[in-house]
Design a protein around this ligand. Structure first.
Ligand SMILES: Cc1cc2nc3c(=O)[nH]c(=O)nc-3n(C[C@H](O)[C@H](O)[C@H](O)COP(=O)(O)OP(=O)(O)OC[C@H]3O[C@@H](n4cnc5c(N)ncnc54)[C@H](O)[C@@H]3O)c2cc1C
Length: 420
């Protein structure tokens, strides 16, 4: 009979090496906690690989469920670029969507935004601290990003909204008319009536490389990254134990940062959290001729996003409501591509097939950051939806402060799992 391997002892295990898990691991290790980061794949090979690369300082209102009938009707027809759904998934998602709709009612959404703004406020400073420590300055451009408009009606609505957000949340932006926009972005087609330029956000030109640079920082600080399956996590005395390719690892604290797969662990622990995913796709293109895109741009009325990245121009799509593991259906990409080509001179596709990621979502649009309600030494860090890149480092710092018994730099009450 084989004797069980003696477990490698650490202070903390972090499950999941996306932007959230890697950020948590860096912050724990920085505080002298011997940390083992565990993923079944390499770091940032899932959702954190292919996002639009924005550190969204302006994202104080998390993306809500539409409440006007026009939009609901359009989405119902299932032909838009910004939202798509699998009809077969709706019965499974109905309870989630109902709660999401309720939390998106204007008065409730405003309350959520006030809580959410308190973490969003720190997103740039927390990234900049890690970027400096990791020497990753070449990956972050302080360009902000633009919403561009095809109609005056949409432009004026968004300008008015921005003014309110500036007053309430201190956000910075500039507005451009058609001529000013042409001067900023000469290769965008002259079909636009203006733009709203959020000037605070960072644009990450390779989100995968950024996480790898944070991972290198973690390892430089003495942290260990190993392959292992989070499903093997089990209670071990007063702590936790997980199996890895290097043998078992045990620690007093464990952090679940498995993004869209977090339920794999939470359900086994007996938590029935309302989690779902909004899937999204990307494709890279070569810019035709000498065309240059200086800023990331959202074509608001069409519902797609173009970002200048290291690999090429990255076109990303909005939300697909489907089951996490359902077959890929990149129909939004197919719909967006002709409009994107009309907006900017794109040449050939650079990827053999569309990339897909699943945004890990909660119905109140806020992540879960904090202790597991019934399991001492277990911590949750997931559900960052559209803002996981934005909030990874803020989450990492908050979790590390809580694990180490420090006073959290932002009040984390609104993010606790026991709110559900
Ligand atoms: C199209 C698109 C555009 C986006 N644009 C932006 C943007 O501009 N700005 C922004 O802030 N956010 C954006 N997002 C959202 C952002 O990408 C996510 O919120 C973020 O990547 C989530 O990070 P995570 O670490 O929680 O999850 P992930 O990156 O998915 O990491 C989870 C990790 O868990 C691992 N894992 C899963 N199961 C197991 C297991 N059983 N055992 C071990 N490991 C396991 C996975 O391999 C993975 O590495 C976008 C998302 C999409 C899809």
């Amino acid at each position: 009979m084989q004797r069980p391997l003696a477990a490698h002892a650490a202070d903390a295990i972090v499950l999941g090496a996306g932007i959230v898990g890697v950020s948590v691991a860096v912050h724990l290790q920085k505080r002298g906690r011997a940390t083992v980061l565990v993923d079944r794949r390499g770091a940032a090979e899932e959702t954190s690989f292919g996002n639009a690369g924005l550190v969204q300082r302006e994202g104080v209102y998390p993306y809500g469920f539409p409440h006007d009938f026009g939009a609901l009707f359009r989405y119902g027809l299932n032909r838009t670029i910004d939202a798509h759904y699998h009809p077969s998934a709706i019965p499974h998602l109905a309870a989630f969507l109902w709660k999401y709709w309720s939390h998106s009612k204007p008065a409730r959404h405003a309350v959520i935004a006030r809580a959410y703004a308190q973490v969003i406020e720190h997103c740039i400073a927390e990234h900049e601290a890690l970027i400096a420590a990791a020497g990753a300055q070449d990956l972050a451009r302080p360009t902000g990003w633009m919403k561009v408009f095809r109609s005056e009606r949409e432009r004026d609505t968004r300008f008015a909204e921005a003014q309110l957000w500036r007053q309430e949340f201190g956000l910075n932006y500039r507005t451009y008319d058609a001529a000013q926009l042409q001067a900023m972005e000469p290769h965008l087609a002259p079909i636009l009536v203006g733009a709203l330029h959020w000037t605070d956000p960072l644009s990450i030109v390779d989100p995968h490389a950024l996480v790898l640079s944070y991972l290198a920082l973690f390892e430089k600080l003495g942290g260990r990254f190993v392959q292992g399956n989070a499903r093997s996590l089990e209670a071990d005395g007063s702590g936790w134990r997980v199996r890895t390719v290097d043998g078992p690892v045990s620690a007093r604290d464990a952090v679940v940062a498995l993004g869209p797969w977090s339920d794999v662990v939470t359900q086994r622990l007996g938590y029935d959290l309302p989690l779902a995913v909004k899937r999204g796709y990307h494709m890279h293109y070569r810019a035709a001729g000498r065309a240059v895109l200086n800023y990331p741009v959202l074509d608001v009325e069409s519902g797609f996003f173009l970002a200048p990245m290291r690999r090429g121009i990255r076109l990303t799509t909005g939300a697909e409501f489907a089951l996490r593991d359902a077959i890929r259906t990149p129909v939004q990409l197919g719909r967006a591509e002709p409009l994107a080509r009309e907006l900017f001179p794109l040449s050939e596709r650079l990827d053999t097939e569309p990339w897909m990621g699943s945004r890990p979502c909660t119905p109140d649009m806020m992540p879960v950051i904090g202790p597991a309600p019934r399991h001492p030494g277990m911590w949750f860090a997931f559900g960052h939806a559209h803002h996981g890149l934005t909030l990874g480092p803020v989450t990492g710092r908050l979790i590390a402060e809580m694990v180490c018994g420090e006073k959290p730099f932002v009040d984390p009450t609104a993010y606790r799992a026991d709110r559900f």
